[in-house]
Design a protein around this ligand. Structure first.
Ligand code: AMP
Length: 418
């Protein structure tokens, strides 16, 4: 497989799929440029080599072409500032021949939002709400047919293809996967960011150093079931926490008051417990809970056993005994995966459990464990607690990371790895 470090971009036109899907305010000012900064090592390497850089991304969910609210024009100046060279702009990603031809070594071009075209995602648009199944199928067929031409056009701009957009690696879109077919193995590669993500996921899911402890939290067991099932075949210890605790407690005959509980998933919870036992996985659930009399930071609280939440109260965080138990389970781990908070961490008064988990992960990391934090709210947790630099890796890809830990092959990765 080709690598970005081994590739000399001098005199080459490089099509780089980046994730510039940054949040902007109502005046189209960027409110968080993390994703732009994260792509810089790859982009700077291409410029420094004397390559010709063509950057392509989506932004938001435009439904027409053009859709000024989602134009990437608003990030052009900031990308240029970060990159340290001027950045030209092609106002239509399918009509950029002139701008591409004008590129000289060391110069950069940003294409307009790829998703102005339905072909990028290959999903039909503008279907009437009462469209029949036949009409839907015909529209899908039509967009798939034109997707090939769309992809070919993007590929025609460049000599090589670099994918640095891990956040969209789980999508088989034109620019994230299909385009790779137009480049031979020597001329397609991961960017630095993508590579870091792939290596991190690999360390956790494939080349695992044991013991492997996974902490899965969040609100519901139903949204995490595929991950839990996959992890049961890989981990030594599985800590299940957050709102899903109460589905397990109810399933075991406990009372959960107003706690979040999926009544239709009680059998599933018992099934997970049985499977864990069968596979020799140590399953850890909270034993004590901070219960609140309202879903509010200022609610009254009481410490109760997790399986005995009084009527009118709801469990919003784990208690001190559970914090200790979780920390003990995390201590000594050599590989750690954390997805999903242990409580409603957005409320400061119910963030102690998630903080304790984060602290235990930091300690284990200091002692030599590899720790991967990712998939949405646990990233927000480590950022809130100022601990992002104290874990081994914080993933930038929400949905993509979740699918990777479900054990799925991500199209954006497979397209390059072959
Ligand atoms: P998820 O998107 O499934 O990872 O869930 C993340 C959300 O779960 C966060 O917004 C947390 O506030 C929420 N959460 C964690 N613990 C609880 C709980 N005990 N009750 C209700 N929500 C919770």
């Amino acid at each position: 497989m080709q690598t970005i470090d081994n590739y000399n971009f001098a005199g080459k036109k490089a099509f780089v799929r980046v994730d510039f899907n940054v949040p902007v305010d109502e005046n189209l000012n960027i409110t968080d440029d993390t994703r732009i900064r994260a792509a810089m090592p790859t982009l700077k390497k291409i410029i420094a080599d004397g390559g010709m850089l063509i950057m392509a991304s989506h932004m938001g969910r435009p439904q027409k072409n053009p859709d000024p609210k989602y134009s990437l024009k608003c990030i052009q100046a900031h990308v240029a500032e970060c990159l340290g060279v001027p950045v030209a702009f092609a106002a239509d990603c399918q009509k950029a021949d002139a701008e591409v031809a004008a590129l000289k070594p060391g110069q950069a071009l940003l294409l307009e939002n790829l998703r102005f075209y339905a072909e990028e995602e290959g999903k039909p648009r503008g279907l009437a709400e009462d469209a029949t199944d036949e009409e839907k199928a015909a529209a899908k067929k039509a967009v798939k047919a034109s997707q090939k031409e769309f992809t070919k056009k993007l590929a025609s701009y460049a000599d090589c293809y670099v994918n640095d957009a891990f956040g969209t690696a789980h999508r088989a879109h034109a620019s994230t996967a299909l385009i790779a077919d137009y480049f031979d193995a020597d001329n397609k590669m991961f960017g630095y960011l993508m590579n870091k993500e792939v290596v991190a996921v690999d360390k956790v899911m494939s080349n695992t150093v044991r013991p492997f402890v996974a902490i899965m939290g969040g609100s519901k067991v139903s949204t995490k079931i595929d991950i839990i099932e996959n992890l049961l075949g890989k981990v030594d210890t599985l800590i299940l926490t957050g709102g899903m605790t109460y589905t397990f407690m109810k399933a075991m005959g406990g009372t959960v008051g107003n706690s979040i509980c999926e009544e239709d998933k009680l059998d599933l919870a018992l099934d997970i417990m049985a499977k864990a036992k069968e596979k020799g996985v140590k399953l850890v659930l909270a034993c004590d809970t901070i219960a609140a009399d309202a879903f509010s930071n200022d609610a009254n609280t009481q410490l109760v056993p997790s399986k005995n939440i009084p009527e009118g109260w709801e469990g919003l965080d784990i208690g001190p005994e559970s914090q200790k138990m979780f920390a003990e389970a995390i201590k000594g781990a050599k590989t750690i995966l954390w997805n999903g908070p242990a409580g409603v961490f957005e409320f400061d008064n119910f963030a102690k459990g998630s903080r304790a988990v984060a602290e235990a992960i930091v300690e284990a990391t200091k002692a030599g464990a590899f720790s991967l934090v990712g998939g949405g709210d646990s990233v927000a947790c480590v950022n809130k607690f100022g601990m992002a630099d104290a874990v081994s890796y914080v993933s930038t890809g929400g949905g993509a990371l979740l699918e990777a830990i479900e054990g799925k092959v991500l199209p954006g990765i497979a397209a390059i790895k072959g």
